[in-house]
Write a protein that binds this ligand. Structure first.
Ligand code: DC
Length: 208
């Protein structure tokens, strides 16, 4: 079984994907980490984020098991990832890796921006998880503060708006809801209600 989860930054799709994978006994891939890993490699080498030849080379040698979420989740790496994500050839390489992961038994939950539309168009269940930008900014701010770091709601909000515009506005594989995806708007939900709603959607889809 393959479950495809897409949605904008800070929509809660990552938490839902991880919990759904545990609940249904599937493997999980946060595909945002693959873009982040490539961006981080370019940053470390001091290369421009538009250097597609190097980006593709890094992608070809990427080991999914070695991606360290605690390092890659840094804010500036997310920004850089959103920039490298416009490179078409790079996306082709990463999509191949992601599809290989999805095809490995017993199946998987993948989350990202183009899973239902490009990576796994034949997924058994597709979810498009979203929330208002204000709700997402509030959650992201609280999350950063809870780690003892500084965060300012207004600048988090501006960052999210910029990232939404870049992720939805690019020509290659933009963030968009697949026609056959179930929409899960979590603006008024806490994580438990969102998880229950997602389990319901997946369980119903498995029966049909
Ligand atoms: O989900 P995230 O914040 O870790 O993703 C970082 C960036 O990577 C995001 O701004 C856009 C890009 N991305 C993408 O283009 N396609 C995906 N499937 C996942 C992420």
């Amino acid at each position: 079984m393959i479950i495809a989860i897409d949605g904008p930054a800070a929509s809660g799709k990552g938490t839902l994907a991880r919990r759904l994978a545990a609940h249904f006994g599937l493997r999980h891939l946060d595909t945002g980490l693959t873009y982040r890993a490539v961006a981080a490699a370019l940053l470390v080498k001091g290369l421009p984020l538009g250097d597609e030849a190097v980006a593709v080379e890094v992608a070809r040698n990427l080991d999914l098991a070695q991606m360290d979420k605690s390092v890659l989740s840094a804010h500036e790496i997310g920004e850089a990832a959103s920039r490298v994500a416009v490179l078409g050839e790079l996306r082709n390489e990463l999509v191949k890796l992601q599809q290989k992961f999805a095809a490995t038994p017993p199946g998987a939950v993948l989350d990202g921006r183009d899973i239902g539309t490009v990576v796994c168009p034949n997924a058994d269940v597709k979810l498009f998880v979203t929330a208002s930008v204000a709700a997402r900014a509030r959650r992201r701010t609280d999350e950063i503060l809870s780690k003892g770091k500084e965060a300012d709601y207004a600048s988090v909000l501006e960052d999210l708006k910029r990232r939404d515009a870049r992720d939805s506005g690019r020509t290659v594989a933009p963030l968009k809801q697949a026609e056959d995806a179930h929409l899960l708007d979590t603006t008024e939900m806490d994580i438990e209600s969102a998880f229950k709603a997602a389990v319901d959607i997946v369980s119903r889809a498995r029966l049909s």
